[in-house]
Design a protein around this ligand. Structure first.
Ligand code: ADP
Ligand code: ZN
Length: 435
């Protein structure tokens, strides 16, 4: 099998892709105008009608849609198809506290699964593979999305869902799983458990992993690749745009190709809303041009990344997005300094720690405090206080160099920080809890 699910689309010329997007956008704007009074009102307020949108060049004229709109319109206010035509809902995991419900027609499910199938094939998947899906199943889109993609490719699909890690490893060994799909933090935990059970990578057949749904660093990627003996591919998506599979990584592993026949991506300045030129870092905005039931136009994801059209060695012409650094609302402002948890993760792994850590932010006497609990590995564990203090000081220095502020670092014994089977909780911001 070739390394594409749909070569014609994935390697389409820029001009042809623009033409396809132009046509689909014009049709979609009309569909939304005709069927979603909420969005029509937003367009009217901005003085735009479907006649103003003749191609993707006019995209910037449309109003943005935000998470606040989704909340206002909850649950049915953005539905663009009669309920009788809808066959499924999914919902966000509520990482940022606000649930969103998305609707799907059968057509929407099919195109979502197609997007996930592209990701599976890009990771080397064929009908010869055994694909173990340990994303959560249920309202969360991870399990159902990758399950559908894996089916389409014809892999033998193991719908494991998350949890019960020793059983995951038993199935992995018994059935010879070759592809693993889960969050990167759960992949790290599975790797750790594998070795604890006394196995090595020689005892499993895994070759690739498709990991996403949360931010993870390059350092973490290398750790997981080593511990499971695989190539680890990133996958991105959000419930609002169907789920995982909006973009996916290819063999080059330098960012994720966006499925542009379904989603138009823009990068904007999160403060002004101005569209930024290619190569700029900013907030990712998506317009879904093929979804029927829940077609969001110019949806602000709050994810921060960069788009690039550099030629990719895999042959795909689909635009690539860099790994999101985290969302604008994951960014901590500590003593006036912008801090992303991923920056701390990078330092920890570089210094030889496993990705088991938790960040605590608080405010004491009007000053922000930053405490980082970091778990020692069994090899790093030491019972002399002097040794531990020395290691803590080394970490404080390394983190201060990157962030410009001085944290308190607490090294804790192996196995004392809770492992994640889904999206990891890295930050406890007590300042928010006090409000
Ligand atoms: P919630 O908002 O409750 O987390 P979702 O499950 O829909 O709901 O999560 C979507 C979000 O997850 C994205 O907006 C993004 O912030 C994050 N995400 C998904 N995939 C990745 C990835 N590969 N890298 C970084 N962040 C990701
Ligand atoms: Zn590529």
């Amino acid at each position: 099998m070739e390394n594409y699910w749909n070569k014609e689309i994935e390697c389409m010329s820029r001009e042809d892709m623009k033409k396809l997007q132009d046509e689909r956008l014009v049709k979609q704007v009309k569909h939304v105008w005709d069927n979603v009074p909420y969005y029509r009102k937003k367009m009217e307020e901005k003085g735009v009608t479907p006649d103003d949108i003749k191609s993707t060049d006019d995209l910037h004229k449309l109003p943005f849609l935000t998470k606040a709109d989704l909340r206002d319109a909850y649950p049915y206010g953005l539905l663009a198809k009669p309920l009788a035509d809808c066959v499924r809902i999914q919902s966000t995991s509520g990482t940022t506290g606000k649930r969103v419900v998305a609707f799907y027609t059968q057509h929407d499910i099919d195109l979502w699964e197609d997007c996930c199938a592209r990701a599976v094939v890009a990771a080397g998947g064929t009908n010869e593979d055994v694909c173990q899906v340990c994303y959560g199943y249920g309202l969360f889109t991870g399990g159902p999305g990758l399950n559908g993609g894996s089916h389409k490719v014809g892999c033998l699909t193991l719908p494991m869902s998350s949890g019960n890690t020793e059983r995951q490893i038993q199935f992995m060994r018994d059935l010879g799983s070759t592809i693993l799909c889960c969050t990167p933090s759960y992949a790290a935990y599975i790797g750790e458990t594998l070795h604890e059970m006394g196995y090595t990578t020689d005892d499993i057949k895994l070759k690739a992993g498709i990991f996403g749904a949360e931010p993870w660093t390059e350092e973490m990627r290398r750790e997981i690749e080593k511990s499971l003996g695989i190539k680890a591919y990133d996958i991105y998506g959000l419930t609002e745009t169907s789920g995982p599979g909006v973009s996916f990584e290819c063999s080059e592993q330098t960012g994720m190709h966006i499925n542009e026949d379904h989603f138009i991506a823009e990068i904007i300045d999160p403060d002004t809303g101005e569209v930024l030129p290619e190569g700029s870092k900013g907030e990712l905005v998506f317009t879904s041009i093929t979804k029927e039931a829940f077609p969001l136009l110019r949806y602000r994801t709050r994810d921060i990344c960069v788009l690039t059209r550099k030629k990719c060695s895999c042959g795909r012409t689909l635009v690539k997005m860099t790994k999101p650094m985290g969302r604008s609302d994951d960014m901590l402002i500590i003593r006036g300094v912008n801090v992303f948890p991923s920056q701390i993760e990078t330092v920890l792994i570089e210094q030889g720690y496993a990705p088991n850590y938790q960040i605590e932010v608080d405010r004491v006497n009007n000053t922000d405090t930053l405490d980082i609990n970091v778990e020692m590995t069994a090899e790093q564990f030491s019972d002399t206080v002097k040794d531990i203090q020395l290691k803590e000081r080394e970490l404080v220095d390394a983190i201060r160099t990157i962030l410009g502020i001085t944290p308190k670092v607490h090294l804790v014994s192996p196995k004392t920080i809770a492992r994640s089977e889904g999206k990891a909780v890295r930050v406890i911001d007590k300042r928010k809890l006090h409000d």
